[in-house]
Each structure stands twice: as structure tokens, then as C-alpha cells.
Design a binder for this molecule. Structure first.
Ligand SMILES: Cc1cc2nc3c(=O)[nH]c(=O)nc-3n(C[C@H](O)[C@H](O)[C@H](O)COP(=O)(O)OP(=O)(O)OC[C@H]3O[C@@H](n4cnc5c(N)ncnc54)[C@H](O)[C@@H]3O)c2cc1C
Length: 303
């Protein structure tokens, strides 16, 4: 297929766009630099019947070894701005419009500087704001006033928290690309914000495996019990298939020791699910999102 747009390339290796460092190529890969380019892309993909996926920071994604048919979108520079929406922070709150491609840590850094409170929840969270909203990572939904999305038909929609129904690692997001989120924070003295953020970072660095490639927690926590504890109690810390290993530090992290494949990780995940179920009767549900020819749970559109 020939695309009437410049921002597209073919056979882009997705391993370099994921924190797991795993995954084959995307058939098409686009970095729309502007909103108009994104809308044109979505309309063209829809017209040609090409399925579309989105990658943000790629920190919660496992991509199939054979790669992905269709178009992978990665937002470009127009989506990396943060704008203050109210110029009266003395009113006790700050409202900001945050582009979907802004890294969550850039937002945390700004919050630290300007005294936007409660942001320690997001301190150390890898990835981008669009991905965090899509995953409701660290309950980011509690800060959200509105999300703007470009649908698969190329139309722009503004979604309210009522429509998004944020829950634990869940957002009722209709198929499309999040382009920005309006967030609301209480204002606090910048020193207080900095101190809490530093505390949260220290805790994260001592409890999580941040040195080896991973996608963070492999499984969601079942009600009332951290998945990591169930995995540990099932004796699975350190279990290994190929180069995929259950982290010695955090049992809910699967790490890539160097050459892990998607198949290695999926086999290890199944091994963990069976081991935990045998011991406790609980079947762990994946938190990491799996994408690719066989596992296209989040592809949007269709041909
Ligand atoms: C070391 C480590 C620690 C982590 N710790 C935590 C933690 O404490 N808490 C937590 O909740 N998560 C954690 N994670 C998981 C991950 O960082 C979060 O889920 C993060 O918010 C995902 O953002 P991302 O931009 O990387 O999304 P991606 O991985 O790129 O994508 C995740 C999902 O969101 C979709 N998506 C991405 N961008 C958009 C967009 N613009 N529009 C529509 N859909 C989009 C993707 O299609 C995919 O379905 C951790 C991961 C790592 C590697």
C-alpha cells in the first residue's frame, strides 16, 4: 500500500519501542507530528481497512515475535506540550492540559517545580500520559477532568471521567488515540511536593526491579492480595524460561535477561498462572498488554 503521507515508514522493529526490548516489526509505523497529520492518518487507515494500534512509552507492552500487521502510531512533537489552564493557582488548584506524548516523569518534574500536589503517586512511573490514561496507571484517573481522543473514524471527541469509568488498571476508552488530558491538582508548597516525590522514588527503587528490561507488573493484583506475594508463595521467584525470568527482587516482574522472546515471556506467564492457581485457586489476570498477529487484544479498526 502507498500512503499519501510522509510520516510513515515500514517494518519498524518494535523491540526498540518497548521497555521489554522484545517484539518483531510493525508493518507500518507512523509518527504524526501534528493533530491534522494524525486525523489524516486515521482516516486513511480507515479508508484502506488497515488496523491501527498505539504505542506510548511502550512500558506496558509485550509485542509478538512475528510483529504486528497494520499501522502502529507513536505520537510526535505536537503532543508533548503542557499548558496551564488556570492562571490563579492561589485558588488552591492547578489545572493543566497535558499532551499524550509527555512523559509521566516530565509531568512529575513540573509538578515538583510548581507545587502541584498528590503527584507523588506518579513519581517513577515510566511511560507517557496517553499510556497512563489508557491503563489508568497509578490511578491517574483521579486527576482527570477530560480526555481528548481522535477516533478511528478521524473525529475528535472529548470524554469526561463519567464516560471513562476509571477503575483499577481500567479505563473505558473507546478505540482511538488519546491526544491530551486535562488534569487537576491541589496546589501545595513546592518543598512539600519535592519531599514526597523523593520518598516515593526511594521506595520504588528499593522494591522494584528497575535495572533489567521489563514491562513492570506482569499481572493485576487480585482483590485483597498482591499478585507478587502469591507468586512468591508459590515458589516461583527466579523461575526462568529461555531468557525470561521472574525477578528475584519483585515476584510480579518478569525481566528480560538479554534475549528473551515474546514466546518465552508468554510461556513463563502461563507457568506462573498454573503454579499460583494450583496453590491458591486464583487465576492471575495479565496487566501487561500483548499485541501482535496472534494476540491483537488492543488493535483498533480492522481490515
Ligand atoms: C519498571 C516499571 C515500573 C512500572 N511501575 C508501574 C506502577 O507502579 N504502576 C502502574 O500502574 N504501572 C506501572 N508500570 C507499567 C507502565 O509503566 C504503565 O502502565 C504506563 O503508564 C504505561 O504507559 P506507556 O506510555 O508506556 O504505555 P504503552 O506501554 O505504550 O501502552 C499501554 C497501553 O496504552 C495504549 N496507549 C498508549 N498510548 C496511547 C494513546 N496516546 N492513546 C490511546 N492508547 C494509548 C497502548 O495501545 C497500550 O494498550 C511499570 C512499568 C515498568 C517498566
Amino acid at each position: 500500500m502507498t500512503w499519501p503521507l510522509d510520516c510513515i515508514r515500514s517494518n519498524e522493529p518494535l523491540a526498540k519501542h518497548t521497555s521489554f526490548r522484545i517484539g518483531g516489526p510493525a508493518e507500518w509505523f507512523a509518527e504524526p507530528a501534528t493533530m491534522d497529520e494524525l486525523i489524516d492518518l486515521m482516516r486513511e487507515a480507515r479508508r484502506a481497512g488497515v488496523p491501527v494500534c498505539v504505542v506510548g512509552g511502550g512500558t506496558n507492552l509485550l509485542v509478538a515475535d512475528r510483529g504486528l500487521r497494520g499501522l502502529m502510531i507513536h505520537l510526535g512533537r505536537a503532543f508533548r506540550t503542557v499548558e496551564l489552564l488556570n492562571d490563579q493557582p492561589e485558588a488552591g488548584e492547578a489545572r493543566v492540559r497535558c499532551g499524550a506524548a509527555v512523559t509521566t516523569q516530565h509531568l512529575v518534574m513540573l509538578a515538583c517545580r510548581h507545587g502541584w500536589g498528590d503527584v507523588e503517586l506518579l513519581a517513577g512511573l515510566p511511560g507517557q500520559i496517553g499510556g497512563a490514561v489508557s491503563m489508568n496507571a497509578q490511578n491517574i484517573g483521579r486527576f482527570v477532568d477530560q480526555v481528548t481522543l481522535v477516533t478511528v473514524a478521524g473525529t475528535v471527541r472529548h470524554l469526561t471521567p463519567g464516560e471513562l469509568r476509571f477503575a483499577y488498571r481500567y479505563t473505558a476508552l473507546e478505540p482511538g488515540v488519546v491526544v491530551n488530558a486535562d488534569l487537576r491538582f491541589p496546589t501545595v508548597p513546592p518543598e512539600a511536593s519535592t519531599e514526597r516525590i523523593q520518598g516515593a522514588l526511594r521506595y520504588r527503587n528499593t522494591t522494584q526491579d528497575v535495572c533489567l528490561p521489563s514491562a513492570g507488573c506482569a499481572f493485576k493484583n487480585p482483590a485483597g492480595m498482591p499478585a507478587g506475594r502469591l507468586i512468591d508463595q508459590a515458589g516461583l521467584k527466579g523461575a526462568r524460561i529461555g531468557d525470561a525470568q521472574v525477578s528475584q527482587r519483585h515476584a510480579n516482574f518478569i525481566v528480560n535477561l538479554g534475549y528473551a522472546t515474546c514466546e518465552d515471556v508468554l510461556s513463563l506467564m502461563e507457568h506462573i498462572q498454573r503454579g499460583v492457581a494450583q496453590r491458591t485457586g486464583v487465576w492471575l489476570e495479565p496487566e501487561v498488554r500483548v499485541l501482535g498477529e496472534r494476540w491483537d487484544n488492543r488493535q483498533i479498526g480492522g481490515r
